[in-house]
Design a binder for this molecule. Structure first.
Ligand SMILES: [Zn+2]
Length: 60
């Protein structure tokens, strides 16, 4: 299981709103969960994170 991809949880990436699906560029100084969705005001999550996957799985 050593598929190396340049997809780290460090810098870069996106924050996603679990409510309306809005994506915002993640700022390294601010964690996604400390960001509010500019559209609906919900707390955002890091795209592809465990938390995000749980939310998307729930919709299933
Ligand atoms: Zn939203």
């Amino acid at each position: 299981m050593a598929i190396e991809r340049k997809h780290q949880m460090g810098a870069g990436g996106y924050c996603v709103c679990p409510k309306c699906g809005r994506r915002e560029v993640h700022q390294s100084s601010v964690r996604c969960i400390e960001q509010k969705c500019p559209a609906c005001g919900s707390t955002m999550v890091r795209e592809g994170s465990e938390h995000h996957q749980k939310i998307t799985a729930k919709k299933g």
